[in-house]
Write a protein that binds this ligand. Structure first.
Ligand code: C5P
Length: 218
């Protein structure tokens, strides 16, 4: 099979990871959760009590850190941090770390290396625009802010994490704002991306829509 790269971008809570994971499984190719990489670094910075505004220390840390993805798990310096990186404290701080250009350079290098010789579904914010500009397929998933906040609320509730709907909504609004306004590789659809509004659509409907598009064009 020819190498196939599928980029899935979009704002927080648009359903990217669930959908990307399922498409990768259906196509039997690797799923890469790039957000998990930024989250893992944020976890380390917070754990080591580093000032989030001190770019020099953070850049120094990123160069001494290994972040690996394996079978939907995230390893930070060989330690599995897959659960820890989903905590609300990470949501509230990750965009501050992800806007540092040197951090992005390191992460993008790892992401491109993984995709270099294999087929992948990669989800994030800048995959279609920056990480894999020549991807075979680019999708940009959106949904209304209320729908995205409600999905996150249900997801957290299921895990036993209590948070108010309004707090989640504010966190998503702030994160999207920082991700959209940063100077390097901001969140935006690639010019050649297919935009899918997932409001009022089930996960299954969106997956089928994407699989149909790939099938029809591929
Ligand atoms: O996708 P997820 O919500 O896990 O991403 C967490 C954060 O990581 C985003 O809000 C963004 O700040 C950062 N991110 C990024 N570029 C990517 C993926 C994630 O800047 N490709």
């Amino acid at each position: 099979m020819e190498k196939m790269h599928i980029a899935i971008d979009g704002p927080a809570g648009a359903g990217k990871s669930t959908i990307a994971k399922s498409i990768a499984k259906k196509l039997d190719i690797t799923y890469i959760d790039t957000g998990a990489m930024y989250r893992a670094l944020t976890y380390k910075v917070l754990k080591e009590l580093i000032d989030l505004n001190n770019n020099d220390i953070i850049i120094n840390i990123v160069n001494k850190t290994t972040i690996e993805l394996d079978k939907n798990k995230v390893f930070l310096d060989k330690q599995d941090v897959s659960n820890e990186i989903r905590h609300p404290i990470i949501n509230n701080n990750v965009s501050k770390i992800a806007r540092i250009p040197e951090v992005r350079m390191k992460m993008v290098e790892i992401q491109r290396e993984i995709a270099y010789n294999k087929s992948v579904v990669m989800d994030g914010r800048d995959i279609g625009t920056y990480v894999l500009p020549n991807a075979n397929y680019k999708f940009y998933l959106t949904a209304s802010i209320d729908e995205r906040a409600y999905r996150r609320y249900l997801e957290l509730k299921k895990k036993g994490i209590l948070a108010s709907f309004q707090d989640i909504k504010n966190e998503i609004i702030n994160r999207d704002k920082m991700d959209t306004e940063r100077s390097i590789a901001p969140l935006r659809p690639a010019q050649d991306a297919i935009i899918i509004n997932t409001t009022s659509k089930s996960i299954k409907m969106v997956i089928n829509e994407i699989i149909d598009l790939i099938g029809n064009e591929g």
